[in-house]
Design a protein around this ligand. Sequence first.
Ligand code: GLC
Length: 540
Amino acid sequence: MKGTSPDVEVHSSQEPWWRRGVIYQIYPRSFQDSNGDGIGDIRGIIDRLDYLVWLGIDAVWISPIFFSPMADFGYDIADYRKIDPLFGTLTDFDQLIEAAHRRGIRILLDYVPNHSSDRHQWFLEARSSRDNPRRDFYIWRDAAPDGGPPNNWQSEFGGSAWELDAATGQYYYHAFLKEQPDLNWRNPEVRREMYDVLRFWLDRGVDGFRVDVMWHLIKDAEFRDNPQNPDWTEDMPPHKSVLSIYSCDQEEVHDVVSEMRAVLDEYGGDRLLIGEIYLPIARLVAYYGRDLRGAHLPFNFRLIEAQWDARHIERQIVEYEAALPEGGWPNWVLSNHDKPRIASRVGRDQARVAAMMLLTLRGTPTIYYGDEIGMNDAPIPPERVQDPFELRVPGRGFGRDPQRTPMQWDNTVNAGFSTGSPWLPLAPDKDSFNVEAERSDPHSMLSLYRRLIAFRRENDALNLGRYASVEADSCVLAYLRETENDRYLIALNLGPEPAVLETPGQCRIVISTEGKAEGEIVEKKLHLQGNEGVLAEMMS
Ligand code: GLC
């Protein structure tokens, strides 16, 4: 086996690293440009590794960096084993692995198995004739009797999910763009090829994968029509007008996931498998797999989708905790490259409370790059729109460019992201909200993130400890994290008005998102300012 291992302390408790660890998502186009072409790259990431060490990150998940025509900015891969020249070379990548591991940081890649690019060699061959040996690598169907698409399945980016290939007279299925034909995971040869792709990167030393749209991999064998969604309204994305019960989340997908997991396990027990899955809790937790032989972490997007209301969120936490299979490890996410940023959804003041929530709930947190400095979704003028979703369904607020703008490092040109012309505009408040400005300010969002990460790392109650709800009024969310030896109370005011929490005993304030009263002993009543979160050590 090639590749270096991370230079990290092995915990005596034998807990897998990702239970204590904090994951950081890098959208590589927007993190750091090193060659002045306005697009972030691998060398840029290497240059910023020391920042991630300083922040206290354990692992980085990098959105796709593979050879791609970029119809969906790398989620359309034309060669799974090649780095796209925009991002660098395989040599750069090997150096990234080496440089990250030397610093104790693990590297997780984005694995996009559901679909390839329509320029992938397999698809070029598949579409060349009906009897090409690669034909069955993709999903082909005859037209419906009326000559239209084979069924009513919808593309997530709008319109039918079927594209007619005039030359061979059949439709192919694409859950996303027509430039992203879905691979046929019922074909064992596809599985073999795609598992070898995993091995290719594992051999180079990667520490795991985030699997793109894991719940899409297997489709109904009979291609039945999806039922209409009676709750669909005009403000929802078009594809939600049908319930994707036949196009997604089929029972057989769990065999595929466990096979992927088995490939990772060939490389020792600590390679991590994360699944991107947007499903209700009961369906989501099935992706841990039978006997936990599935994904280690099926991404939990409750906090991305939740309305920001204390009682609602508490219910989500409790339901999620209760639904986890025995031994299944939880995880939490506030933002990602597909959804509006947390600071834009709840406001910057409340985003501090959200940070405390993310880093004190039971489960592995994933931080989206820039959230730690309070980045907002940036306004994108119509002529600079890049996202294919926005281009296809314009003006409805579905576009994903606003949350993908360049990282704000300092107040030099382009916030230190690039000396060239950035592929997306920078946020207008970049001079106030950037790493350099916030690093030296003990009250900044960045300082808060760093403190919380460090505290979480040092205290088993916070990383591995149990979760227990604490009764609280209206806008306060309160819970305990505890081991046999330590107990911490987390009290989060999700509203702008002051609030009081009856504490379960005497406690000492350790961290306040408002920086006030730290060290103070609270006997019974904890007074919270509006938008304040408090982490306190229980003393009785
Ligand atoms: C996932 C990715 C998203 C991409 C889609 C198609 O949802 O996160 O960015 O557009 O899959 O690959």
